[in-house]
Design a protein around this ligand. Structure first.
Ligand code: SF4
Length: 319
């Protein structure tokens, strides 16, 4: 990581360690070279940025019921805190939290506990849907077959997307909000390029096209991972949680390291990657008709083909 936290201290503090906006002790460097923020300006700047992104990209509209995908980890915790702070500003919008329990021993139990605590504290309606309820097996069991562990994140990703849509449908959600931050988004762009997944590169899941799918929105997509962590610290909501045991094997973790290094040596790399994706999206039209969408013959979920991606995946895992 290029940036580091500044430890606030009283007394003979250098100007460089004072907030650029109010001269209180700084807790974090901003993205501009000379920019520093104190705790209260960090909170307002981040909330402003999320509010601005939601408005500019029309992510939330009057009448929406936003289902916040709350894993209990840092990003989704920050997302729920920020959205509940902004909620009184929006007309006729409601928020609920949905959690998917993939069934990852030694990891998911603690994050679910954290999600339950947070929603109780905020008074937000919360529902949990497990892979076992939906697919008959948890992720650990699905990955027991030889060679499956290497595919953990792609299996988890496909099934979790399905579970989130299902959980949102069950509570009448009109948007699914996920906690992807700027770092995640830049990593995803590179991953899609490396895998040759051009459709994922140009598809914008927040557009709600085809209109039979619930749009997925990413309100934190303009906030860096470091800013998310700092926000949680200053709101006294940061919790150290275990790491997913499958995370190390993911291509994403290699890209995260590489991108962190590039960002350190060439600040602004992540934003440049996101801007490139936005330019590509404007140039490349994506087929958005619901004409080819039908119900999966196996599970009844919306699908591009006779059998949906989740059912094909479960077949390949011998389930
Ligand atoms: Fe799922 Fe991979 Fe994330 Fe673990 S690291 S929760 S397996 S996507």
């Amino acid at each position: 990581m290029g940036d580091k936290f500044l430890t606030p201290y009283e007394g003979s503090m250098a100007a460089a360690d004072r907030c650029s906006l109010c001269q209180e002790p700084a807790v974090i460097r901003g993205r501009e070279q000379a920019e520093r923020w104190c705790a209260s300006h960090l909170i307002t700047r981040l909330e402003d940025r999320v509010r601005g992104h939601i408005r500019e990209s029309s992510l939330i509209s009057p009448g929406d019921h936003v289902a916040v995908a709350l894993s209990g980890g840092k990003d989704s915790t920050a997302l729920l805190l920020i959205l509940t702070t902004l909620l009184p500003e929006w007309k006729d919008v409601s928020i609920s939290a949905i959690t998917v329990d993939e069934g990852i021993a030694g990891y998911r139990e603690e994050t679910i506990e954290s999600a339950v605590r947070l929603t109780r504290q905020l008074g937000i309606r919360h529902s949990v849907l497990s892979f076992t309820d939906l697919f008959g097996k948890d992720l650990d069991t699905l990955l027991r077959k030889n060679g499956s562990r290497e595919r953990a994140c792609s299996v988890c990703g496909v099934l979790r997307r399905r579970a989130l849509s299902e959980a949102a449908l069950r509570i009448g959600g009109t948007r699914v909000a996920t906690g992807h931050n700027l770092d995640d988004e830049a990593q995803s762009v590179l991953m899609n390029i490396l895998r040759g997944d051009l459709l994922w590169l140009v598809q914008d899941s927040s557009s709600g096209e085809p209109d039979c799918f619930i749009p997925r929105i990413k309100p934190l997509a303009r906030v860096t991972e470091k800013e998310v962590v700092a926000y949680l610290f200053v709101r006294d909501s940061y919790r150290e949680l275990p790491e997913c045991p499958y995370a190390g094997s993911a291509l994403r973790s290699e890209i995260r390291t590489m991108l962190g290094d590039l960002e350190h040596r060439h600040p602004g790399t992540r934003e440049a990657i996101i801007r490139s994706q936005e330019k590509i999206r404007k140039q490349v039209p994506v087929r958005s008709s619901s004409e080819h969408i039908r119900s999966c013959r196996r599970c009844g979920a919306l699908s591009n083909g006779e059998i949906c991606q989740a059912c094909r995946l479960l077949d390949s895992l011998g389930s």
